[in-house]
Ligand binder design. Structure first.
Ligand code: S3P
Length: 195
């Protein structure tokens, strides 16, 4: 786990953002974490699908990735500007656009759930919902995505948690412990000015 810089340590935040490669556990860990902290859970991909009126996979096929990224950027901007205390789980490509990286880092406490491509491949090898992994060699694709994105996840995150193979409960504890260690008063009610 990486530590927060002193300047960031005692900044209250009412938004906790989870980032990382597809299949690293953002949604599962996020849902449990939100329950543990007694705050709302928001999955940006679910909000995007509601907005598009179809699955992400279908939208990718019909409109292409750029159109998806436009909607993703608008949704992330909206969700990260909200004032309700929440855990926000993001799509794996949320860090691709500089504006998203800036907004998420500035408006929330961002946790990178780090996972190795080989571990993710084991979890996702039967998945058919993720358009970027519907290729002949999904493991190679995951390795390429990791190379491209790992630096972006690290740039956006305040903390990095090594996921390895612990249980969801252990991962939730690790995130909570990291926030406590950094002295971050977790998710207090948001004031009128937002997070
Ligand atoms: C994507 C990851 C997906 C989803 C979309 C694009 C990506 O989310 O946003 O398919 O670029 O890695 P998950 O990380 O939840 O799979």
């Amino acid at each position: 786990m990486s530590a927060a810089t002193p300047a960031e340590a005692d900044t209250p935040s009412s938004l906790l953002v989870l980032i990382g490669l597809p299949g690293c556990g953002k949604s599962t860990v996020g849902r449990h974490l939100a329950r543990r902290l007694g705050v709302a859970f928001v999955d940006s991909d679910q909000v995007i699908e509601q907005r598009m009126g179809c699955s992400i996979r279908l939208f990718f096929e019909q409109e292409g990735e750029d159109a998806f990224r436009d909607i993703e950027q608008a949704v992330l901007d909206e969700l990260s500007a909200g004032t309700t205390p929440a855990v926000l789980s993001t799509g794996g490509g949320a860090v691709l656009r500089p504006a998203n990286r800036l907004h998420l880092h500035a408006r929330g406490k961002v946790v990178y759930l780090h996972a190795a491509p080989d571990d993710i491949f084991r979890r996702l090898r039967h998945d058919t919902t993720r358009p970027l992994l519907q290729v002949q060699d999904p493991l190679q694709r995951l390795r390429t995505l990791y190379e491209q994105r790992d630096p972006l996840y690290r740039e956006t995150a305040h903390y990095t948690i090594e996921t390895g193979r612990p249980s969801v409960a252990t991962l939730v504890n690790m995130v909570v412990m990291q926030l406590e260690l950094a002295g971050i008063p977790m998710l207090p009610p948001a004031g009128p000015a937002g997070h």
